[in-house]
Design a protein around this ligand. Structure first.
Ligand code: PEP
Ligand code: MN
Length: 337
């Protein structure tokens, strides 16, 4: 339920609404717009069914939320959510480019890739230290040692970093090293992980599950937001279809659909969506044209030697050319890079 307060609502009127929500065992979620305050009542709305909220002083109107997700819905908040991470804003006019290797493989390699992607226009560095591999015999990531390297790169290059978290037990550890937690496709419905991350205050990059619907992605975002953390970046990274020419099928429909349904920023991962270096740049351009707020791309100086996802990793020079291409698209639609 959404309670829209009048622009001149007094502090005590607001307090009264908040207290009533809490007394009825719901959680108030406050959103301050330019003119007025909007209060979301999170929880079982039936508890408020007999409370005449519309007659309360300072209340302008009361709206039920029709979608199963509430805090993350456009109904709840009209303006786009802007997520600020160490000087980089995600969700604004400026397109955000996150780039780096699939896995952190060593100090030199990460510094080199980081420096290179930064000079080409990336503003956030990616790198996995804990890798969700299909085979238990594949490289599983460098773990804590990888995190140390990532943190060093963050300070040296003055770039915010994003890395994947797979296990609730690692939250405190990874929080010391990363600016953004990445929840991978395979963990999109790891509800205990989502709930725990909802109690942190770091932005979460939530990737769409391999066979998750858009609604399921939004419900997972709601898990995080309902615990208090609404700094969520949604990521379309391709879904499983019958097609075998590409690793996954990039569902570009998801971008404009999500922008309608939610106020959260939406980015696209053309690397995992395609699995093919030769079409990553084209699909990045398409993603920006479709209205994505950014992209996350895998880059490796020697993709043929990469310990994971080499076939979809761009070489530094290819990445540079791709950024130029998407900056032309961005300009054409009134955005910048
Ligand atoms: C990754 O970013 O390297 C990754 C494993 O992505 P996804 O969860 O989308 O497969
Ligand atoms: Mn990868």
């Amino acid at each position: 339920m959404i309670i829209v307060m009048k622009p001149d609502a007094a502090k005590k009127d607001i307090e009264h609404v908040l207290k009533t929500i809490r007394d009825m065992k719901l959680r108030p979620h406050i959103s301050k717009g330019k003119e007025r305050m909007i209060i979301g009542a999170i929880g079982d709305e039936r508890n408020l069914a007999n409370i005449p909220l519309t007659t309360f002083a300072g209340v302008e109107k009361v709206l039920p939320i029709l979608s199963p997700y509430k805090v993350v819905s456009r109904e709840f908040k009209k303006e786009n959510t802007l997520i600020r991470v160490n000087g980089v804003t995600i969700g604004g006019k400026k397109i955000v480019i996150m780039a780096g290797p699939c896995s952190i493989e060593g100090r030199e390699m990460l510094m080199e890739i980081g420096k290179s992607v930064k000079s080409s226009g990336a503003t956030i560095l990616r790198g996995g230290a804990y890798k969700p591999r299909t085979s238990p015999y594949s490289f599983q990531g460098m773990g804590k040692e990888g995190l140390e390297i990532l943190k060093e790169a963050k300070h040296l290059l003055k770039m915010p970093v994003v890395t994947e978290i797979m296990d609730t037990r690692d939250i405190d550890l990874i929080a010391d090293y990363t600016d953004i937690f990445q929840v991978g496709a395979r963990n999109m419905q790891n509800f205990s992980l989502l709930k725990e991350l909802g109690s942190t205050n770091k932005p979460i990059l939530l990737k769409r599950g391999l066979s998750a619907t858009i609604k399921e992605l939004l419900m997972s975002a709601e898990y995080i937001a309902s615990k208090g953390n609404d700094k969520i970046i949604l990521c379309e990274r391709g879904i499983r279809t019958f097609e075998t020419e590409t690793r996954n099928t990039l569902d570009l429909n998801a971008v404009p659909v999500l922008k309608k349904l939610t106020h959260l920023p939406v980015i696209v991962d053309p690397s995992h969506a395609t699995g093919r270096r030769d079409i990553v740049a084209t699909m990045s351009m398409a993603a920006i044209a479709a209205g994505a707020d950014g992209i996350i791309v895998e880059v490796h100086q020697q993709p043929e030697k990469a310990l994971s996802d080499g076939e979809q990793s761009l070489k530094p020079d290819e990445f540079k050319q791709m950024v130029k291409a998407i900056s032309r698209i961005a300009r054409a639609i009134g955005r910048t890079i």
